[in-house]
Design a protein around this ligand. Structure first.
Ligand SMILES: [Zn+2]
Length: 450
């Protein structure tokens, strides 16, 4: 069975089908007329299910939260979990984000890589298995959700109605596979006393804060020392005066799972104010329990295992009714005990200067990298690509895998690629699109053999 040439024969049809899915701006608009995530998600799901049907899959729509197409028979169920919703297009596109545009072998459009391309690649993988009359001793279900980007309510709905899968993957991460995902811990810390008049910074809990604006009383710190600190650390800032001092500090954004790649504007603001002799309980608190560290050193939760270290990020800070509140986003190692870490965090960060207002944790995900399922997937990637050097990994992010049993993220980005997902000018290379499909055919063959 020459999978490569069979995939190539479907190239034009695959691109056309992908263009159809990309044409919907399927962001979460909230419930509209009984459709839980809005009309664009309703329509894109209908189009996907009609493509599934046209290609010989038995389909089911689960109340417009998600749907699936199925082939094969048997007790065991292989699941492929992709999603049809997207994040907002945002600014900075060179093409219409909802009109698939091909330039230099790349297809540009919102959702091409994340995750509509994966829906089409998986569909054609199933079609090729059928074309070859491969005996199917298990059922294979391509599940497509409409709420992955804003809470995965689609997957919760699926599991409630249809239960878990026995084997499978979500093509919504990286090759050669992600066998572990760190656990998430969230919290809010707050001030007890502060001279700060106002503070606003950051846009998302899961991003390093790249800009903070603070209002301070006149003559409350040494401006020359502040300048010295920011110049030494190459931090961009501006200062203006009226009846108060307004200070704007800029940092560098990064994903909260990799905070060391960014520069946290909030952390450098408070370190700078301390250096400039601004005396304040909250600034003391921040520098005592957080500081400029991104590994949780000062709050006592720093730890690591062989799969990675804990990360600690402050994403958003604001003042509400005279109280400053900041957000914490922690990703803890897969083998760590989250309750112990949470207890430690609460104990360290609640003192005479400030306190933890709320905190909670979610579970981590970990599969033995030598388990039959992980091995089946990784070896499919290797045999198709001949890339035996890239290793499967443990990441700090979260995918559908955390919401359903027996699933890991597998593709569809290739090692070293940056397809601008969640960013302007998202794209998918046509050659990679075909290669993904080939890998998924082989991956399913390997899973069938388990
Ligand atoms: Zn995604």
């Amino acid at each position: 069975m020459d999978i490569k040439s069979q995939v190539l024969a479907y190239k034009n049809q695959m691109i056309q089908d992908l263009a159809g899915l990309v044409s919907f701006n399927s962001i979460n608009e909230g419930p509209v007329d009984g459709y839980p995530f809005g009309l664009a998600n309703k329509e894109v799901l209908e189009m996907a299910l009609s493509l599934f049907e046209k290609n010989g899959l038995k389909t089911k729509n689960l109340d417009y939260y998600c749907g699936f197409g199925e082939i094969g028979q048997g007790e065991q169920l292989i699941g492929i979990l992709a999603h049809l919703d997207v994040v907002p297009a945002g600014e900075g596109w060179n093409t219409d984000p909802f009109a698939l545009t091909i330039k230099d072998g790349k297809m540009y459009g919102r959702g091409t890589t994340d995750d509509k391309g994966a829906v089409i690649a998986s569909l054609y993988a199933l079609k090729i298995l059928q074309d070859n009359n491969i005996p199917l001793n298990k059922r294979i279900r391509l599940i497509v959700g409409c709420n992955e980007e804003t809470g995965s309510k689609c997957l919760k709905h699926y599991v409630k109605q249809e239960g878990h899968i026995d084997l499978g993957f979500t093509p919504d991460g990286n090759f050669p596979g992600i066998y572990g995902e760190k656990g998430g811990m969230k919290g809010i810390f707050a001030s007890r006393n502060t001279k700060i008049i106002d503070i606003q910074g950051g846009e998302a809990i899961n991003a390093v804060c790249n800009k903070v604006e603070v209002k301070l009383p006149l003559h409350s710190f040494d401006e020359a020392l502040l300048k010295e600190f920011f110049d030494t650390h190459k931090i961009e800032y501006s200062i203006s005066k009226s009846d108060v001092i307004t200070l704007i500090v800029k940092g560098v954004a990064a994903h909260a799972s990799m905070p060391h790649l960014g520069v946290n504007a909030i952390s450098y603001l408070f370190k700078g104010l301390e250096y400039a002799k601004f005396e304040d309980d909250f600034v003391t608190y921040y520098n005592m329990v957080i500081g400029i560290h991104t590994d949780g050193t000062l709050s006592g939760v720093k730890c690591e295992d062989q799969y990675g270290a804990l990360t600690f990020n402050v994403g958003v800070i604001k003042m509400v009714d005279g109280v400053i509140e900041g957000t914490i986003d922690i990703r803890y190692p897969v083998t760590a005990n989250p309750q112990e870490l949470l207890d430690k965090l609460n104990a360290t960060m609640t003192n005479e200067y400030g306190y933890i207002k709320s905190s909670s944790f979610g579970k981590s995900l970990f599969f033995d990298p030598n388990s039959p399922m992980v091995t089946a997937l990784v070896s499919a990637y290797r045999s198709v690509t001949n890339d035996y050097t890239s290793e499967p990994e443990v990441i700090g992010g979260g995918t559908y895998s955390k919401g359903i049993n027996n699933c890991i993220a597998f593709g569809c980005e290739f090692p070293g690629d940056n397809c601008h997902i969640h960013d302007a000018n998202e794209f998918l290379e046509i050659d990679k699109f075909l290669l993904q499909t080939e890998i998924y055919v082989q991956a399913i063959l390997n899973l069938l053999a388990i």
